[in-house]
Design a protein around this ligand. Structure first.
Ligand code: MRU
Length: 349
């Protein structure tokens, strides 16, 4: 079965602007925002117009390509504009390593072209950013094929946040596994956790799965344990924002809680991510920078205050699930099982 969401583009680029599907407005409205400068692109990432680790990496790459088109031709001014864009966009969100990976890849291309003219570099940037985008979709499809083998026919899969087409170049990582299972002829039901405080599960995962014809049920994050205890969850599949050398995984806040619950109930817990999410430079999850977002995300729901005046708030946007709670990590290279001796990303099932 094919997926209709191939027609949805969370990120696009036309040489004049980076075009973002405004995910803040979903599921109510489908509107696109045109970003004309690196500062616009950084704001789009910071304000969650676009979100999801691979999608913000792709956006960052297009943002640097865009800045090169806006830059003066003279070598010094051109280099300053490109470096400023990399710095401004790189500062937009800290946790997802894909953002920094994509910027490093674009800047690597830039430094390899030292002495080339501005137009040659602009063309190379456009091509590199488009490659990053296309490769992400290809990696997601490979993740979907590898992951499909882990999903039994008739499974009910619990997922958290949105690791779907909206969070990537298209197709998705965790939702790519679910799409892959369906394309392999399996029947799959999905439990989407609403994902407080930003409601990526309720607003985005439910939207893209319903739109794609899946059987999807929304639950509050707090209900996951009760459903697991009743035997209603076959396995969990989530995405990732950064995976360290030992397999520890940063993902949306609440992921760790699901992993603890899944372990308690002997339910397989899978992480699906492309290799652009791997950060072998960090030995373990304690080194991952965790973004703290505005208190208002917790104090207000859709513009309505839901908490007492004067209360304090802690709002970490991500948590770290230790490798020991992860049954397997699915990348485009295959299915990898973390173990006590570390995580080499080379092991096959
Ligand atoms: O704050 P967000 O919405 O950018 O967080 C997104 C997630 O945590 C996703 O699960 C992760 O980026 C993987 S997306 C394929």
């Amino acid at each position: 079965m094919t997926t209709t969401l191939d027609a949805i583009h969370p990120v696009a680029y036309d040489g004049d602007a980076v075009i973002l599907l405004d995910q803040r407005l979903l599921p109510g409205r489908e509107e696109y925002l045109r970003c004309h400068t690196a500062a616009d692109v950084a704001a789009g990432i910071r304000d969650m117009v676009v979100r999801g680790a691979p999608a913000i990496g792709i956006t960052a790459a297009y943002g640097i390509a865009l800045a090169a088109h806006r830059a003066p031709d003279a070598a010094a001014g051109f280099a300053t504009a490109v470096e400023d864009a990399a710095r401004i966009i790189g500062a937009s969100r800290p946790t997802a390593v894909n953002l920094h990976w994509a910027i490093a890849r674009m800047m690597g291309r830039f430094h390899a072209m030292a002495g080339a003219g501005a137009d040659a570099i602009r063309a190379a940037f456009d091509a590199e950013a488009r490659d990053i985008h296309d490769e992400d979709v290809a990696m997601n499809r490979a993740i979907g094929r590898h992951g499909a083998a882990l999903i039994p026919d008739g499974a009910t899969v619990l997922t958290h946040c949105n690791a779907g087409a909206l969070a990537t170049g298209g197709y998705g990582t965790a939702l790519g596994v679910i799409r892959g299972a369906r394309e392999a002829g399996k029947s799959v039901r999905i439990i989407a956790c609403e994902t407080r405080p930003y409601l990526q599960g309720a607003r985005l995962t439910a939207w893209e799965l319903v739109r794609d014809g899946f059987d999807v049920t929304l639950i509050t994050d707090n209900a996951a344990g009760a459903l697991m205890a009743k035997g209603l969850v076959t396995c969990c599949v989530v995405g990732a924002d950064r995976i360290t050398a030992n397999g520890d995984t940063a993902n949306k806040i609440g992921t760790y809680t699901h992993a603890v619950l899944a372990t308690r109930h002997a339910i397989p817990f899978y992480v699906a991510a492309p290799s652009s999410t791997l950060d072998p430079t960090l030995p373990d999850g304690s080194f991952i920078p965790i973004e703290e977002r505005s208190a208002d995300e917790v104090l207000y729901l859709q513009g309505h205050r839901v908490a007492a005046e004067g209360v304090k708030v802690i709002n970490p946007s991500f948590d770290v699930t230790p490798w020991s709670l992860i049954t397997a990590i699915i990348t485009e290279r295959g299915v990898h099982r973390p173990g006590p001796l570390g995580y080499g990303f080379t092991r096959q099932p």
